[in-house]
Design a protein. Structure first.
Length: 96
């Protein structure tokens, strides 16, 4: 399996993960402070959604990278592929 070579996609993914990490730290503080379980559960759901979103974004970036490389697409085809994969990302995002 290859790695993400697009620096912009890698930075986007890292930023998403750092945001989720901050959310997790906040949840840990909530538990330590004895916050209500429903509040903690709400924040856990938010961080799960953030991680799901990061996973979908990483998967779509990987698909785009691999398809461009393996199919040796010209710039017009790359643009169409990018549009298609944005739609795939939207659809996957709604499936959660």
């Amino acid at each position: 399996m290859s790695e993400l070579v697009d620096a912009k996609a890698r930075t986007d993914l890292l930023n998403r993960l750092k945001r989720a990490e901050g959310q997790l730290r906040g949840i840990q503080r909530m538990v330590e402070e004895g916050q209500p379980c429903l509040d903690v559960a709400s924040q856990l759901a938010a961080v799960r959604k953030a991680l799901d979103s990061a996973y979908v974004r990483m998967t779509v970036c990987f698909m785009q990278q691999e398809l461009q490389e393996r199919l040796a697409l010209d710039s017009a085809a790359e643009g169409r592929l990018g549009g298609l994969l944005e739609e795939v990302q939207t659809l996957l995002g709604k499936a959660r």
